[in-house]
Design a protein around this ligand. Structure first.
Ligand code: PLP
Length: 386
């Protein structure tokens, strides 16, 4: 039996149509897009077509898309590139539940003399809008709040936060790595200056992403060289990656909305089944304002790592709460920021469904999950009725 893959928040499989479109660019179409000859022009055309597809997915102009090596680089370019022009350093706002790609970039800014204000979230993981508004000070230059959280899947009120920031003349960046391809993302509706995305989170390849840079937004390069990407990101373009990202964007634009209700129904069936199968299991994150494929559970009386290993043995691939903190066995900072108690945070389990998930996958998980948890609770001496 094929193992069940419930870790789409970590990465998605490459869509076969994406792979097929990329292959010629590893073969006969090997040109460098900077060259004027035939091979170069073929590559340039492919890069620009990819750019147009990414722009169309976001409702942006082609000239507002900068290709990067992925979400991490896009986040770093946004924060460090946008603030490089300010002297003396001022203040920057981030939420308490950002991915490390933003959190560590903010810490790096801190080492450069910037004051970093961390805005709290409520028990569902939603950023406190009043606290955000209060954190906007006269010397605040940039705020960064993610569109969708990678652990609990909570969607943030980015349009509202960006409006508050704009009213105060503050740049607004959103890490939309988990949101793009999963929920509609339109840069005009969001009103953001900067937005990061990553190919491998929506059925594209790894190692390619993009930063949307609203026209007129001042940004300094972090990688210097031949002046590629309008001088914002030097280095010969990842042509196959860009082609793949473009096709993934096109597929997302034409198919994601239609797939969403089915994905949500599967996710809801999984959550209902898991919660009714056992006591001491709770859904983390906002009950409605969440990514369609995300089910993040707190399972009392077990350790996430053991749960993930035992589920894997039973043919179900899932992630522990700290999945995105490099597998460290400390509870996710996201759980701590949400005020999730230690006993629940230790048993965090992230199940993220995707395009190829089926109801048979969900039923299989629901068959193995109660037995695995009961067994682990028994062996840890925890009260199985916890
Ligand atoms: N931001 C978020 C919210 C993510 O979930 C991830 C990936 O886990 C990243 C950024 C980093 O993206 P990449 O893996 O493309 O560097």
């Amino acid at each position: 039996m094929r193992p069940v893959y419930f870790d789409h928040a970590a990465t998605t499989p490459v869509d076969p149509r994406v792979l097929e479109a990329m292959l010629p660019y590893f073969g006969e179409r090997y040109g460098n897009p900077s060259e004027l000859h035939l091979q170069g022009r073929v590559a340039r055309r492919a890069v620009e077509e990819g750019r147009a597809e990414v722009a169309a997915l976001l409702g942006a102009d082609d000239g507002e898309i900068v290709f990067t090596s992925g979400g991490t680089e896009a986040d770093g370019l946004a924060l460090l590139g946008a603030l490089a022009g300010f002297d003396p350093p001022g203040r920057v706002i981030v939420s308490a539940v950002e991915h490390d790609a933003v959190g560590e970039a903010a810490r790096a800014l801190g080492r450069l003399g910037w004051a970093v204000d961390v805005v709290p979230v409520d028990g569902d993981g939603v950023v406190d809008v009043d606290a955000f508004a209060a954190a906007l000070r006269p010397d605040t230059r940039l705020a960064s709040v993610m569109l969708a959280n990678n652990v609990v899947g909570t969607l943030q009120p980015v349009a509202e936060l960006a409006r508050l920031a704009r009213e105060r003349g503050v740049l607004f960046h959103t890490d939309a790595v988990q949101a793009v391809g999963a929920v509609p993302v339109d840069v005009a509706e969001l009103g953001v200056h900067l937005l990061s995305l990553s190919g491998h989170k929506f059925y594209g390849p790894k190692g390619i992403g993009a930063l949307y840079v609203r026209r007129g937004t001042r940004l300094q390069a972090r990688i210097h060289g031949g002046g590629h990407e309008r001088g914002l990101r030097s280095g010969t373009e990842n042509v196959p990656g860009i082609v793949g990202l473009g096709v993934a964007a096109r597929i997302a634009r034409s198919e994601a909305a239609a797939r969403r209700p089915g994905l949500e129904a599967l996710r809801d069936r999984l959550v209902d089944g898991a919660l009714s199968a056992l006591p001491g299991v709770r859904l983390l994150g906002h009950p409605r304002l969440r990514l369609p494929g995300n089910a993040c559970l707190a399972v009392r009386g077990v350790e996430s790592e053991a749960l993930v290993v035992r589920l894997d043995d039973a043919g179900v691939m899932a992630a522990g709460g700290p999945a995105c903190a490099s597998g460290a066995s400390r509870p996710s900072p996201v759980f701590l920021a949400m005020g999730v108690g230690d006993d629940e945070a230790r048993g965090g389990l992230r199940l993220s469904l995707g395009r190829e998930s089926t109801s048979a996958d969900v039923e299989r998980f629901l068959r193995v999950f109660p037995a695995v948890v009961r067994d682990l609770r028994g062996s840890s001496g925890a009260d199985p009725r916890a």
